[in-house]
Ligand binder design. Structure first.
Ligand code: BGC
Length: 766
């Protein structure tokens, strides 16, 4: 049974009833973020039950020294972690001399959480009876401003219900925080300075080793029945890394008192004087005030939704699912800053360290390309270009490659590899393919070729060099092979000739060569600059081509499918449907050797290849390979169902496509993989978007033109989405009878629908 407590709603994520067992899961699901910082839905007040504290600042990380059982050459020295940042949301509360703690109340009623995705705020309300008999009603709202992205605001309201109450509000800042996941129990934050003002305070701390300086700030105002009563703290407690202000009020039964706390971070990535920047941030937020900040938040989110919303009619759970995904993607990455990227858990947990994976190129770029200005996707590509030298160094120093061969890291924060399991770090080299594919995909979608002569070609050359050196010649096969790899399916390690890896390797070399020729012809100055810089000769290109032209691809005559790897058919091929449900998820139930020996596939692998290179294969090939591999796939990676949903839709298996869609879009809301308390799967959320636009909508770009083959699941009455295609906004609405297309603005757009060219104008055409 999957989790099923989130109430269906078109625009909000809603939880009703207080259940201590769900607190950690809800902390993930109700997380908020604004691209620059993020916050799990931790309670502001003390909570003595099970909780997972998480506040995160984009780009602020710590290199946690590697810890492994058995050191292997080539392991990176550290795993970079986006840190649990100083706590700015904390407000301890005392009511009639008792510390308020939901875990110790005698009763909690009408507990209600809402994450309002349309307007970008999170609200929690409930009634509670304290041990001392005081009954209170509480309503807390907080949001992280999209416009002032260093600022968050909390409005915490308390109404005593059965007697007058003496309330102490104790807002605090605390830099004495730790990560749950820390290899050596080290402290990550070094406190530098605590500054106390009248109602505001600042705690400046810096990360050890990386020396990122962060000023965490707060400003507090106390209200009675919505009137600011302008009181100052009665006491101030502070230590080297914490400051707490105490404000006391007496409030009559039935009256409401509240605290408004403005807080957030200013960081040395953006300011030389973080303290002065924090003072400025408070001033700016105060000059607007809570109501205006909220109004601006609503307007800023309306703008985001204007471009990126997908509507689904007749299926509230599907609608809620897709909006949750789009909301989280926008909370995680705004595209404003090319030093940042998209961690697989975004700002919702520590797992994966907040670092960059191949997920960005393989899954996220299409979403950002189609729903934002194309500069955003270009920034994501530039991020890798800026790390090319490190990728070359990584291949050379850690793995013994030479002459400018580049291996991008499996996991990185600054370009250095920081993943340390040999079967992934050293063997999951297919990631290089996704990075090259993203360059192709960006050019295919945006038509902006300039990226390639400016930056992309150097990346493609480094990657082609890597594949050329990594392949080896098999005299037995008389072909080039790639030995000892892990494909996207991480449930097989150290295998030979992973079809996906071999295919993408050949493609990378071919594509690099094509681009070298094109840049030489069309951008000779860039060609000269690059060739001189990387010292590439015609002879070397000919050597690459020998590998690409004679690459081995494992194939099964018996099943008429490409083989995931040389040894796949030696396995006991029992399909997933015959595997007892009690054994799943296998990665939580079985020893690793058993997982490896099994035929079960964690995520699309051969099918990932069919997804990237669909036009290289026939529909019959796709059908055969889909049916064969889908039957062994357990989808224990969040990145799996979306690729299957898109391919099922292309094969007219709409029921299956819909089931996979629900699984991808509600993976976290319904906690399919039983791990949402660790955080949400942000990168796969972009795959959910692809499932609708590329899956059901059938969108492809061929020869500079958008193609669609619209389909609709029978469970829906209609759906719609918008696409920014080469600076024209196309709106697509699909129901069971017809599809309508329209463009914003006066310029028409020729598109191909089910093989027929039609012209979309500003007046909807069906
Ligand atoms: C997947 C990888 C992915 C990583 C981060 C793993 O479980 O197998 O493909 O890059 O998660 O999302």
């Amino acid at each position: 049974m999957n989790q099923d407590y989130i109430k269906p709603d078109n625009w909000s994520i809603i939880e009703e009833g207080f259940d201590v067992e769900r607190v950690k899961s809800s902390e993930s699901l109700f997380s908020i973020g604004n691209g620059a910082m993020g916050q799990r839905a931790n309670f502001e007040e003390k909570y003595s039950g099970e909780t997972f504290q998480g506040s995160y600042i984009a780009g602020i990380y710590y290199p946690d020294k590697t810890k492994v059982g058995w050191w292997k050459n080539g392991y990176p020295k550290y795993f970079a972690k986006v840190l649990n940042a100083p706590n700015w949301i904390g407000i301890n509360i005392e009511i009639n001399e008792e510390a308020f703690d939901l875990n110790s109340c005698t009763e909690v009623k009408n507990f209600h959480r809402e994450l309002n995705m349309k307007e970008g705020w999170y609200n929690r309300s409930f009634e509670a009876t304290l041990k001392n008999g005081t009954e209170i009603a509480v309503n807390v709202r907080r949001f992280l401003s999209l416009n002032l992205d260093e600022v968050g605001i909390i409005k915490y309201e308390i109404t005593p219900l059965n007697k007058d109450a003496k309330i102490l509000y104790k807002p605090y800042l605390d830099a004495g925080v730790t990560n749950e996941d820390a290899n050596w129990e080290e402290k990550f934050w070094e406190p530098l300075e605590v500054k106390k003002g009248t109602n505001e305070a600042y705690v400046t701390a810096q990360t050890y080793k990386t020396h990122f300086k962060v000023t965490t700030f707060m400003h507090n105002s106390i209200f009675a029945n919505n009137e600011n009563i302008n009181i100052s703290p009665s006491t101030i407690d502070s230590s080297s890394d914490k400051v707490e202000y105490t404000y006391g009020v007496i409030i009559a039964k039935g009256q409401t008192s509240s605290i408004q706390k403005i807080g957030g971070y200013t960081v040395s990535l953006n300011h030389t004087n973080t303290l002065a920047a924090a003072e400025k941030a408070i001033k700016e937020a105060l000059s607007k005030g809570y109501d205006q900040l909220l109004q601006e938040q609503i307007e800023a989110w309306a703008k985001v939704w204007e471009m990126s919303d997908i509507t689904i009619d007749g299926d509230v759970k599907a609608q809620q699912g897709i909006r949750f995904n789009i909301f989280q993607l926008n909370q995680t990455y705004s595209g404003k800053d090319n030093r940042l990227n998209i961690g697989p858990k975004g700002f919702t947990g520590e797992k994966y360290g907040g670092s960059t994976y191949w997920d960005t190129e393989a899954y996220c770029i299409p979403f950002y390309m189609a729903t934002k200005d194309q500069q955003v996707a270009r920034n994501l590509l530039t991020y890798r270009y800026n790390q090319l030298d490190k990728a070359i160094e990584n291949a050379k120093e850690n793995l013994g490659f030479k002459d400018g061969a580049a291996l991008y890291p499996m996991v990185t924060m600054n370009g250095e590899e920081c993943h340390n399991e040999w079967e992934i770090t050293h063997e999951e080299i297919h990631r290089n393919g996704a990075i090259a594919f993203a360059i192709f995909n960006y050019n295919r979608y945006t038509g902006d070729y300039s990226y390639i002569p400016e930056k992309g070609l150097e990346v493609l050359i480094g990657i082609a060099r890597f594949w050329h050196q990594r392949a080896s010649f098999s005299t037995a096969k008389n072909q080039y092979v790639i030995l000892g790899v892990t494909g996207p399916n991480e449930y097989e390690n150290n295998i030979n000739n992973n079809f996906y890896t071999n295919y993408v390797a050949k493609w990378c070399i071919d594509y690099a060569e094509e681009q070298i020729i094109k840049v030489a012809a069309e951008y000779p100055a860039d060609h000269k600059r690059i060739i001189e810089k990387v010292q590439l000769t015609e002879n070397e290109i000919q050597e690459w081509k020998k590998v690409a032209n004679n690459m081995y691809f494992p194939f099964s005559e018996e099943h008429n499918v490409y083989l995931q790897q040389d040894g796949f058919l030696d396995k006991d091929l029992v399909p997933v449907k015959d595997l007892d449900r009690s054994q799943r998820p296998i990665n939580q139930k079985w020893s690793w050797d058993r997982v490896l020996r099994s035929p079960y596939i964690k995520q699309a692998d051969v099918l990932q290849c069919f997804y990237f290179f669909e036009e290289h294969f026939t529909k019959e090939e796709l059908l055969r390979n889909f049916e064969f591999y889908e039957s062994f796939t357990v989808h224990e990676s969040s990145l799996s169902p979306c690729v299957h949903s898109i391919q099922a839709a292309a094969l007219d298996k709409m029921d299956m496509a819909y089931t996979f869609y629900l699984r991808t879009s509600r993976l976290d809301l319904d906690d399919y993989n039983k791990e949402v308390e660790e955080g949400c799967h942000i990168t796969s959320m972009a795959g959910t978007w692809m499932s609708i636009v590329e899956g059901f909508g059938g969108m492809r770009v061929k020869n500079d033109t958008l193609h669609f083959s619209p389909k609709i699941p029978k469970e829906w009455t209609g759906y719609s989405f918008k696409i920014n295609f080469r600076n024209q906004i196309l709106k697509v609405s699909i129901n069971h009878d017809e599809t309508t297309f329209s463009v914003d603005g006066d310029a028409d757009l020729a598109i191909v629908v089910n093989g027929q060219t039609v012209v979309a104008t500003k007046y909807a055409i069906a």
